[in-house]
Ligand binder design. Structure first.
Ligand code: GLP
Length: 340
């Protein structure tokens, strides 16, 4: 999995757009998603279409899913969503969505048949707070093709925000591309932002590959990129890197670096480490480095490290500030913000 951590939703949309760009050309087949997650990406696609006269007339799109029982004209059908946010602006050759009305068994078969006549070049995905992709809820077979599914209470609760103004209930069922259908895409781009995705993201990236977390199957795909923001990534294992003297000199040449001078035998250092690990997940524009003072004593001496843990903030190799001893997370955070 190629993991790209960004600051926030806007940055996630920009990075997603850059990944999408090489696919916005003739003969590409795009797999599209709904929900709040891809909205920023679609806005950038619409802006780019207008500004650069990009031609979509030889591009085909397939959507992941649709609610069962909603008329396509209903404001919250995914058909309406896609028209409102993308299709009305951009001249796709063909755009397909599964239909959630009529003979559903037949709709599933027909959609899968149509999918099989193409290969999706890039599939955009969001992730449900319960780890679903498309509408493949926990427990869905990894071998599933397009099918009808009962939505979990969690998903219906999450999506109720779209139906509140209409005083309507979220539909109980949906028709969705299956997990096996999604995995056939040549490339997958999943975007996850916001705190309510943190658990799902952790299960997907660090958990076992298990049908209890449908998105975990993506660990087996050989071309998947996950773009996530600081809030969604807050439960992931830290991004601290242990470096030796040479690596330190290389890493600190450019940009902002927080360096933790510490030692394996030092108790307060052990307590400081998880705090810095946590922060390394929350702050994406600072590199978090760890230097073992025993193994790199000349470097430690050069920086005047007398007592550990000793934390330095460097910008383009220059010291911006330092502190000594165990500090609470908020203090370290403020230290970084006031010295950056
Ligand atoms: C929705 C969609 C999914 C989407 C997910 C997250 O219900 N069926 O395709 O990825 O749940 O939604 P959101 O992006 O609004 O958080």
């Amino acid at each position: 999995m190629n993991l790209i951590k960004v600051k926030d939703y806007n940055e996630a949309s920009k990075v997603a757009f850059d990944i999408m760009l090489p696919h916005l050309k003739a003969n590409q087949v795009l797999g599209l998603a709904t929900g709040s997650t891809p909205l920023g990406l679609y806005q950038l696609m619409v802006e780019d279409f207008k500004e650069n006269n990009r031609d979509y007339s030889e591009i085909i799109s397939f959507n992941l899913d649709e609610y069962v029982g909603l008329d396509p004209k209903h404001r919250e059908s995914y058909y309406s969503f896609m028209n409102r946010n993308l299709f009305q602006y951009v001249n796709f050759k063909e755009s397909h969505l599964p239909s959630g009305i009529g003979d559903l068994d037949n709709n599933c078969l027909e959609y899968e048949k149509l999918l099989n006549q193409h290969t999706i070049d890039i599939q955009i995905l969001g992730i449900g707070s319960d780890g679903h992709i498309g509408f493949n809820e926990p427990g869905t077979s990894f071998d599933s093709l397009t099918h009808v599914i009962e939505l979990t209470q969690q998903t219906r609760g999450d999506n109720s925000r779209f139906f509140k103004d209409l005083n309507e209930e979220v539909p109980t069922h949906a028709i969705t591309m299956g997990i096996a259908s999604i995995m056939k895409a040549k490339e997958i781009l999943l975007i996850a932002t916001g705190e309510n995705k943190a658990e799902a993201l952790k299960m997907m990236i660090e958990g076992e590959i298990n049908e209890a977390c449908p998105a975990s199957i993506l660990q087996k795909h050989d071309n998947v990129t996950i773009v996530y923001d600081e809030k969604a990534g807050k439960l992931l294992g830290g991004n601290m890197k242990e470096v030796n003297t040479n690596e330190f000199l290389e890493e600190t040449k450019e940009g902002l670096c927080l360096v933790d001078f510490s030692a394996t035998w030092c108790g307060p250092c052990k307590m400081m480490a998880p705090i810095l690990e946590e922060l390394s997940n929350e702050i994406s524009d600072v590199k978090f480095l760890k230097v073992d003072v025993d193994e790199n004593n000349e470097l430690a001496a050069k920086y005047g490290v007398m007592s550990i843990p000793c934390v330095y903030l460097l910008k383009d190799g220059e010291v911006k500030g330092s502190f000594v001893g165990l500090q609470p997370k908020e203090t370290v955070k403020n230290f970084i913000e006031s010295h950056r």
